[in-house]
Write a protein that binds this ligand. Structure first.
Ligand code: AMP
Ligand code: ZN
Length: 453
C-alpha cells in the first residue's frame, strides 16, 4: 500500500494569468527560481524585500508539505546600466571606478549579500546560488540553439533575439517596445534584445564564442541557469515588479523558443519598497542598507505587515514601530513556558491566511489575537506561535528570558515619573544611564519596554 502525504491547497497570484490560482506542482518537488542580485553594490532594503518575499513563499510551501528546490542566481556579468542593451556593464563600471578586478568586486558584494540573508533569517540551506560567469558555456549553447532555430540575427554590436518570431512576446504584460527609448537603430523591433554582446573596448570579463569575443546578455543568464539547474519547465519564478516588462518577458521568449515548452508555470512579483524619493534604487540617493535597522529582523517584521503585492513606504517612524512590536512579541514569548500543544483552531486560521496568496498581515495579526486570548494556555500559545514562525521566520525560537536587574527596573520607574512630569532632560539622562549597563528603554503606548543591548 502506498501512502500519500496530504498537501495543503495553496492559492498564488500568477502575473501571467492575472489571477489567483490553485497551485499544482509539475512534479514531486517544487522547482523555484528567484532573480538574484547584481553584485556591483550592496543590496538595498528594496532588493531585500524580494528575497524576504521569495523566502516566505518557500516557507509557505514547505509548511504545506511540499519539497522545494530553490535557485537564486548571482548576476556578476552582463547587467547593463540601461534595460535597452546599452550603456556600461554595472560590474565593469564599478571595478574600474574602484580600481579593482571584476572578481574582487563581485566576491565582496556576494559575501555582503549572504550576510544580509543570514541576518534576515532567509533559509539558504536548500538554495543553490549559481554565478552567471560560471554558466557561460550553457548560455552559449542556449544562444546556439536559438540561432539554429532561426530566432537570432547579428548587428554590429552583438547577436539579438528577434521578438517578432515569437507571437506570444510580452505575455506577462507591462508596456513593451513602444515606450522603450530607441538607442540601437540596428534592431529590427524595439523589443528585440541582446543575447551576446561583442567586446568593443578592453573588457575585464569577456569570453570566446562562436560569434567572437564578448559577453552574454543579462536575460540569457537566468534562462540558462534556470534550465540547467531546475529543468526546462519550472513551477515558480519570482522577482520584483520592475522585472516584468523587459527581463521576464525576454526570459520567457528565449526559453520557450529554445525548448518549445512552457518555461514557467506561475510568475510571482513583489511590489516596490518606496522611500521619500520614490522607488528605492541603487542609482538613487534614497538607498538604505540593512545595517540601518537594528535588529535586522524588525525589517522582516515590517515587510510581513504588508501584502507582498502592495507598495510599501519606508520611513524611520514605521520601522521604529516594527522594532517595538517585535521586541514586545519577544518579551511576551520569553515569559511563556515550554512543552505546550499547537492550538488547532489558530493553526487552521493561520494556514488559511498564508495559503491565500501569502496573506502575511492577517497571519501576523493572528499572533496578537492569540496572545490576548484568555481561553488558551500560555504554553500552548508559545507552541502555536513557534509553529507559525516556521513561515514567518522571525527567529522567535531563539528568544531568551531577559533578567532585568533591580537597579535597571528602579531607573525605568524613575524615568517614567520624569516623563509624566515632562522632565525630558531627566528622562534622557536616565536612558543614557541605563544604556551604560547595556539595556535599552523603548517607549510604547503600553509603557516602557526594556531590551538587552
Ligand atoms: P538587482 O540587484 O537590481 O538585479 O535587483 C534584485 C531584485 O530586487 C530584483 O528582483 C528587483 O526586481 C528587486 N527590486 C529592485 N528595487 C526594488 C524596490 N525598490 N522594491 C522592491 N524590490 C526591488
Ligand atoms: Zn533574472
Amino acid at each position: 500500500m502506498r501512502l500519500f502525504s496530504r498537501k495543503q491547497d495553496i492559492f498564488l497570484y500568477n502575473t501571467k494569468s492575472r489571477e489567483k490560482e490553485l497551485f499544482k506542482p509539475l512534479g514531486k518537488r517544487v522547482k523555484m527560481y528567484s532573480c538574484g542580485p547584481t553584485v556591483y553594490n550592496y543590496a538595498h532594503l528594496g532588493n531585500l524585500r524580494s528575497y524576504v518575499f521569495a523566502d516566505t513563499l518557500k516557507r509557505t510551501l514547505l509548511y504545506g508539505g511540499y519539497k522545494v528546490d530553490h535557485v537564486i542566481n548571482i548576476t556578476d556579468v552582463g547587467h547593463l546600466v540601461s534595460d535597452g542593451d546599452t550603456g556600461e556593464d554595472k560590474v565593469e563600471r564599478e571595478a574600474r571606478q574602484k580600481k579593482k578586478s571584476a572578481k574582487e568586486i563581485t566576491d565582496f558584494y556576494t559575501k555582503a549579500f549572504f550576510l544580509d540573508l543570514e541576518k534576515l533569517n532567509i533559509k539558504t540551506d536548500d538554495v543553490t546560488f549559481p554565478r552567471a560567469t560560471e554558466y557561460i558555456k550553457e548560455q552559449i549553447n542556449l544562444i546556439r540553439k536559438l540561432e539554429e532555430k532561426g530566432y537570432t540575427y547579428k548587428t554590429s554590436d552583438g547577436i539579438y533575439f528577434d521578438t517578432s518570431k515569437f507571437p506570444k512576446y510580452g505575455v506577462l504584460g507591462g508596456s513593451t517596445g513602444e515606450s522603450r527609448i530607441e538607442e540601437n537603430t540596428e534592431k529590427k523591433n524595439p523589443e528585440d534584445f541582446a543575447l551576446w554582446k561583442f567586446s568593443k573596448e578592453n573588457r575585464l570579463q569577456e569570453w570566446d564564442s562562436p560569434w567572437g569575443i564578448g559577453f552574454p546578455g543579462w536575460h540569457i543568464e537566468c534562462s540558462a541557469m534556470s534550465m540547467s539547474l531546475l529543468g526546462e519547465s519550472i513551477d515558480i519564478h519570482t522577482g520584483g515588479v520592475d522585472h516584468i516588462t523587459v527581463h521576464h518577458n525576454n526570459e520567457t521568449a528565449q526559453s520557450e523558443c529554445s525548448t518549445g515548452k512552457p518555461f514557467v508555470n506561475i510568475w510571482m512579483h513583489n511590489e516596490f519598497l518606496n522611500t521619500e524619493g520614490g522607488k528605492m534604487a541603487k542609482s538613487k540617493e534614497n538607498f538604505l542598507r540593512l545595517s540601518y535597522i537594528s535588529p535586522p529582523l524588525a525589517f522582516r517584521y515590517f515587510l510581513l505587515q504588508a501584502h507582498y503585492r502592495s507598495q510599501l513606504d519606508f520611513s524611520e517612524s514605521v520601522i521604529e514601530a516594527s522594532e517595538t512590536a517585535l521586541s514586545r512579541l519577544r518579551n511576551i514569548i520569553s515569559e511563556y513556558k515550554d512543552n505546550g500543544k499547537v492550538n488547532k483552531g489558530y493553526k487552521g486560521e493561520f494556514t488559511k491566511a498564508i495559503s491565500d496568496d501569502l496573506n502575511t498581515p492577517k497571519a501576523l495579526s493572528l499572533i496578537w489575537d492569540l496572545i490576548k486570548d484568555e481561553t488558551v494556555e500560555d504554553e500552548d500559545k508559545k507552541a502555536t506561535i513557534l509553529d507559525f514562525d516556521k513561515v514567518l521566520g522571525l527567529r522567535l525560537d531563539k528568544v531568551e528570558k531577559v533578567e532585568v536587574p533591580e537597579e535597571v527596573l528602579k531607573l525605568v520607574k524613575e524615568r517614567e515619573k520624569a516623563r509624566e512630569e515632562s522632565n525630558w532632560q531627566e528622562a534622557d539622562r536616565i536612558r543614557d544611564e541605563v544604556a551604560k549597563v547595556k539595556f535599552k528603554i523603548k517607549d510604547t503606548d503600553d509603557g516602557s519596554v526594556i531590551e538587552k543591548l
